[in-house]
Design a protein around this ligand. Structure first.
Ligand code: OOG
Ligand code: NI
Length: 302
């Protein structure tokens, strides 16, 4: 297969974005503010650094299932990350060409949870007896697009949702939101000066009413100093549970990333820097705090 322009991948990404934008009003709010401020001339000027998904580590689901969609479209599996306290595993995936976003997929280590919590999760997921991806034609944009929003298990009860959230807010998020796009990420380094650094960009965001995740600190910085990340706190959505009761729960959020040039390219002017000359990949310590963008301690601030 020749990559570069993958029409199916374009369609799949579009299918993810339309519902995401509808349920995360911060996206249009930020884009409009950037247009008004003259930071961008059109929405397409924004470079999407990466998108992220969450999964449950149970048979037939999890990373091993979900990643097939993107491996099929030329993504390459890169480094793993491990989050001991949150009981998560993750990988990042490099795109077939730099105009496509990286992908970050995480998975709950279900076996590491309490027996009670495992039982609740299995109550839902045991209905999935074969890998659902294996019955999709991955070149069929409509089929893949529909898959992201197709219920793979029953709608949870509020009681189960609350019980899961006590042990793992991540588990509760996935049992309700499933494969909804968790976030997309604005590449801050690709913006015009002075907005091409996270400090200035965050000030702009906060002036425009965006509430930032401050777990650890608002700007998460990798050990090498070259990857800086911030995120908004998740938008609350009114969820309807199996018994018809409703509750406001966390939906998705927006992330902002600044990838600095690698030391050997640091002397080059910004317009000469390619993606390959900047810090690649992710950073576990940053990610650990970014996950909390959907955790109640953060969302209760907005
Ligand atoms: C993903 C959190 C980690 C990053 O860029 O390191 C992350 C999530 O909340 O599911 O997005
Ligand atoms: Ni991210």
């Amino acid at each position: 297969m020749i990559f570069n322009k993958d029409v199916a991948l374009d369609g799949i990404l579009d299918a993810l974005f339309t519902p995401y934008k509808k349920s995360v009003p911060d996206v249009n709010h930020i884009v409009t503010a950037m247009l008004n401020q003259g930071i961008i001339n059109k929405e397409e000027d924004i470079l999407n650094d990466h998108i992220a998904f969450r999964t449950l580590g149970v048979p037939n689901l999890g990373i091993a299932s979900f990643e097939k969609i993107f491996l099929h479209h030329g993504y390459k599996k890169m480094e793993p990350y491990f989050f001991e306290q949150k009981k998560l595993d993750a990988f990042w995936y490099a795109p077939p060409s730099p105009e496509y976003p990286r992908i970050f997929i995480s998975e709950l280590r279900v076996k590491d949870l309490s027996k009670e919590t495992q039982a609740i999760i299995h109550n839902y997921t045991d209905a999935v007896t074969k890998d659902p991806i294996d019955s999709i034609d991955l070149d069929d944009v409509k089929a893949v697009g529909d898959f992201f929003y197709k219920p793979l298990w029953e709608l949870p009860t509020l009681e189960d949702y609350n019980a899961l959230a006590k042990e793992s807010e991540y588990a509760a998020w996935v049992i309700y939101n499933r494969y909804y796009l968790n976030h997309y990420t604005i590449s801050v380094h690709a913006l015009p000066t002075p907005y091409n650094n996270l400090n200035t960009f965050n000030t702009f965001l906060e002036k425009n009413g965006i509430v930032l995740n401050d777990s650890g600190s608002k700007i998460k910085i990798s050990a090498d100093g070259l990857l800086k990340q911030s995120s908004s706190v998740a938008k609350m959505i009114l969820a309807t549970f199996a018994d018809g009761t409703t509750k406001e729960i966390s939906g998705s959020y927006v992330e902002f990333a600044e990838r600095l040039p690698l030391p050997q390219f640091a002397h080059l002017p910004a317009e000469e820097l390619t993606t390959a000359m900047r810090r690649e990949g992710f950073e576990a310590a940053n990610a650990d705090k970014i996950f909390e963008s959907t955790y109640s301690e953060q969302t209760s601030k907005s």
